[in-house]
Design a protein around this ligand. Structure first.
Ligand SMILES: [Zn+2]
Length: 163
């Protein structure tokens, strides 16, 4: 399994990072911190407390600034918190999430919690960006075409006036 060191996420397709799109990936090590999921601040407190109880080392980081924050003391104003855990603790972490009722058993919910935003949002927005580009190119061609038609018409009118 390949891993992006910069974003600390696992690659889904084995080629690129799902967050930054980088191809500079390396095989994941058992103790690499991996983005488990992105949650709200209240949920982050609940989840990190459950991990601590089961002695799973975890790291919570606000997704906005990227800085380390003390969510236990409630100092952060950021609403989105990314929770990282060592790669070799992922299965254990999933069990804990199921145990506290955050995760439901079943493939769909497991997939969702496994990646947080890795799953849907990033490829979706990429597709959207490509679609917007294609549409804007088409609109640009229509604009050019309109200008050509219009100038043709204007020239014809002008010729009619002068000759
Ligand atoms: Zn990355």
């Amino acid at each position: 399994m390949l891993y992006c060191e910069r974003c600390q996420v696992l690659s889904r397709d084995g080629k690129t990072c799902p967050l930054c799109g980088s191809r500079k990936l390396r095989p994941v090590c058992p103790d690499d911190p991996v983005l488990l999921l992105t949650v709200g601040e209240d949920e982050a407190i609940r989840i990190t407390a459950a991990f601590k109880e089961s002695s799973v080392p975890c790291l919570a980081r606000s997704s906005g600034s990227g800085g380390y924050i003390s969510i236990i003391l409630g100092r952060s104003r950021c609403s989105d918190v990314r929770i990282f855990i060592p790669f070799n603790k992922i299965e254990h972490a999933k069990e804990i999430l199921i145990g506290i009722g955050f995760l439901k058993t079943g493939k769909e919910s497991e997939k969702k919690a496994d990646s947080g935003e890795q799953d849907g949002k990033v490829p979706m927005s990429r597709c959207k960006r490509i679609a917007v580009k294609i549409i804007s190119v088409i609109l640009f061609f229509f604009l050019i075409w309109g200008v050509v038609i219009l100038s043709d018409w204007v020239i014809t009118r002008l010729k009619g006036l002068f000759y």
